[in-house]
Structures are given as structure tokens and as C-alpha cells.
Write a protein that binds this ligand. Structure first.
Ligand code: PAF
Length: 281
């Protein structure tokens, strides 16, 4: 695997592959890779002849009080994991290489509606930062296929909508969430958790499972189920931000939906955790 840090090197390598008619899959990440990220690479290998990953902690998607400064940066480890997984090329630019002109950028990508509510309500500006950096990365890599984890369900919905609205010739593929044996969704931010918190954190998944079970048993009291979920999280010491039942494209749920998604976000101590569960009805 080759690692490149500049746009020129990235373009040079990709041009060679494109000239040879290769199909390119792309997995954008912020690094500190875990098994969930490696699943993106494996999924890419099934869809394309070359897999490109990026590791870039994107300042545009962090709020002023968020963890941009302390977000774990583990590039040598990440590169080793990507190489072992069969990734062909790692793009790991500096902030200056990605955004050579002064920040904030004068151009921003806003994907309205689907960015609003849920994460959008608690992290103002977050999805503009995500949509902007993903658009920049898509312009640089020009992948045929792009892979995103389903753990960030709303992010996946935002990117899918952006690709549709901007006619980007990219197939966006969602990759299922990887979980610890406790059910805790794997996340780079899990390493902020202490041992006791890590055990408690699995309650989020248990809460989503309880709601999924109620829905599958025929309950359509969406509001009541959401409130019960909030209370269950509170009872275990979380500060829940939302427990929400939505259609897969994040519309309000309706009795006739044959598939729903239950989403939650909660603070456990200082760590903010999100998770979701798709429910077939
Ligand atoms: O999901 C992430 O890690 C980031 O939001 C992404 C898609 C790499 C954009 O910075």
C-alpha cells in the first residue's frame, strides 16, 4: 500500500489506475481505525479493483466545544491496519493540503432537510462540514463506489442525498455497524470511556433493541416508545439527547412503514455516543 499526503501525489496514482480502466472504491475516515472501518475496506474490495482510504480529521465538522484537538490521531497504526486489510492507497493530507486557502472555506455544501434534527440539532454546522469535506474528497478521488458506516445513519443519508442532488457518478454503499460482544457500537470515541462507562455504554444498544422488539410486536406508539427509551438511558446515568423513531430516510414514522430506524444519542460522562438500529416490520 502506498501512502500519499498531497493532492498531486493522489491524483498521479489515481490517473494511472483510471487509465488502466480500474474501478475505484473509496472509504473516507478520520483515522483511529477499528474493525468497523476495516469492514469498509473489505466491502470496497468486493466492489472494485482498487480501494483508496483517507485519514483526515476534518476541522470543519467539529463545533467549537467539540473534541477536534483531542481526537485520537494514530496514523502509523492506521496505515498498518489498512495495508493488512488489502487497501491499495492511503490519502492522509494535512489540513493545509486539504484546505490550502484560509479557513473557513468560502464554499460550503449544505444538504437541507435531512441534515436538520437529530445530530443536526445538537451539532450545528456538523453536516455542512461533513458534506463539504466529502465533496472535496469525492472531487479528488473521483471514486466509482464510496463506503460509509451505517453507525452514522444520518451522515449516510446526507451523503446519499448530496450525491443524488449533485448528480455525482458515485454509488454510495452503507456498511453495517460493527459491535463489541456487549452490543456497544464500535467507535473511535469509545476510547474516551473508562472501564465502568464502557460496560454501561452497552445500554444504548439494549435500549434500541427493546424499542425494536416493541415495534415488531406491533406497537405504533412512537412517542411513548421514544420517551421510554429516554427514561431507560437516564436511569442508567446517561444524559440522553434524543431517542427517535424514523423511516429509513429519516422522515417521521408512519403506521404503514415496513422498515424503521431507531436512533439515539446520549452523553455518558463527557463522552457523546450515538447508535441506531434498523427494524424490519
Ligand atoms: O464518518 C467519518 O469518519 C467522517 O465524518 C467522514 C465521513 C470521514 C468525513 O470527515
Amino acid at each position: 500500500m502506498q501512502t500519499v499526503h498531497t493532492v498531486a501525489e493522489l491524483r498521479q496514482q489515481l490517473a494511472t489506475w483510471r487509465a488502466a480502466g480500474e474501478c475505484i472504491a473509496f472509504a473516507p475516515t478520520m483515522g483511529n481505525l477499528h474493525a468497523g472501518h476495516i469492514d469498509l475496506i473489505h466491502a470496497g474490495l468486493t466492489q472494485a479493483s482498487r480501494v483508496v482510504a483517507s485519514v483526515f480529521v476534518n476541522p470543519l465538522q467539529f463545533g467549537p466545544k467539540e473534541d477536534f484537538g483531542r481526537y485520537p490521531r494514530t496514523l502509523p497504526d492506521d496505515a498498518a491496519k489498512l495495508e493488512a486489510a488489502g487497501c491499495d492507497l492511503l490519502f492522509a493530507p494535512s489540513v493545509e493540503a486539504m484546505y490550502p486557502h484560509a479557513l473557513p472555506l468560502t464554499t460550503q455544501v449544505q444538504v437541507s432537510q435531512v441534515s436538520e434534527g437529530l445530530e443536526g440539532a445538537f451539532r450545528p454546522g456538523h453536516f455542512e462540514g461533513v458534506a463539504t469535506v466529502v465533496n472535496v474528497l469525492f472531487n479528488l478521488v473521483r471514486p466509482d463506489v464510496a463506503l460509509f458506516g451505517e453507525k452514522d445513519w444520518q451522515q449516510l443519508a446526507v451523503i446519499t442525498r448530496m450525491v443524488r442532488d449533485l448528480h455525482l457518478p458515485i454509488e454510495v454503499v452503507g456498511v453495517p455497524t460493527r459491535r463489541e460482544s456487549s452490543g456497544l457500537a464500535m467507535s473511535s470515541r469509545n476510547q474516551y470511556l473508562g472501564d465502568a462507562e464502557r460496560t454501561t455504554a452497552a445500554v444504548i444498544y439494549a435500549t434500541l433493541m427493546t424499542i425494536a422488539h416493541e415495534l415488531q410486536q406491533g406497537s405504533r406508539d412512537f412517542r411513548g416508545l421514544e420517551q421510554a427509551g429516554m427514561q431507560a438511558l437516564q436511569a442508567h446515568g446517561f444524559e440522553p439527547q434524543y431517542v427517535a423513531i424514523r423511516s429509513p430516510d429519516l422522515q417521521s414514522p408512519a403506521n404503514e412503514n415496513n422498515s424503521l430506524v431507531v436512533l439515539a444519542a446520549a452523553l455518558l460522562g463527557k463522552t457523546r455516543l450515538i447508535d441506531n438500529l434498523r427494524v424490519a416490520l
